[in-house]
Design a protein around this ligand. Structure first.
Ligand code: MG
Length: 218
């Protein structure tokens, strides 16, 4: 058992080293990278689809999509106007790691990009444990998932820099107690910047866009 634990620690520390290399590489090309994490169906790809056209006149955006299989998400990002969209198939792994990001970065001319959106594999557990070397981590929650998720997945909610609450257009139809949800978030990640929005109606999107543009400008 102790041997097993020490091996896992070695894997994690070599991942951290590679993550630092990724950050250095992104910094050298002045690319801001954002790691988008969520459970399956929360709207990671939809958020990317709605975000790309709103940034088109201001920023050059590349997208890296992680999924266990298919290139559906990279195809959607491409169709929505990504300068380049790279699909990573993890072949069963429940998360992206720094090696996968490093390989995907070799397929992008970073000198032509201002912002890199990385869509992680849909999962609220594993992606939180593997640093990629991105500058910001954003969690996308959604109303149909239920208001208890901060309580059930504290590791994910604790580690992120911003929170999108998607599908707020469904609030009238779903028993989601926003107060209860936000109390859970506040206990884990006090003052977390939060964007309630709807990718379907566009409500709240502009505040999210302004935040991203501000990050890149800084
Ligand atoms: Mg997706």
């Amino acid at each position: 058992m102790s041997e097993r634990i020490s091996i896992v620690e070695r894997i994690l520390s070599s991942n951290d080293k590679l993550a630092e290399e990724n950050t250095a590489r992104l910094d050298a090309s002045k690319v801001l990278a954002v790691n988008l994490m969520a459970s399956p169906g929360a709207g990671k790809t939809s958020l990317i689809e709605q975000t790309l056209p709103l940034l088109a006149e201001q920023l050059r955006v590349a997208v890296i999509d992680g999924d266990i299989a298919t290139s559906i998400d990279a195809d959607r990002a491409s169709a929505a106007g990504a300068k380049v969209a790279v699909q990573i198939n993890t072949g069963g792994e429940c998360h992206l790691d720094a090696v996968m990001l490093q390989q995907a970065l070799t397929q992008i001319d970073l000198s032509t990009v201002d912002l890199l959106l990385v869509e992680n594999v849909g999962n609220l557990i594993c992606p939180a444990e593997f640093r990629l070397g991105t500058h910001q981590s954003v969690l996308i929650a959604s109303i149909p998932e239920g208001d208890d998720k901060p309580y059930k997945y504290p590791g994910m909610y604790r580690g992120v820099d911003a929170l999108v609450i998607n599908k707020i257009d469904l609030l009238p139809y779903i028993d989601f107690k926003m107060d209860y949800f936000q109390r859970g978030v506040e206990a884990l990640n006090p003052g977390l910047v939060t964007f309630p929005l709807s990718c379907r109606t566009g409500e709240g999107m502009q505040t999210w866009i302004d935040w991203i543009v501000q990050l890149v400008r800084e």
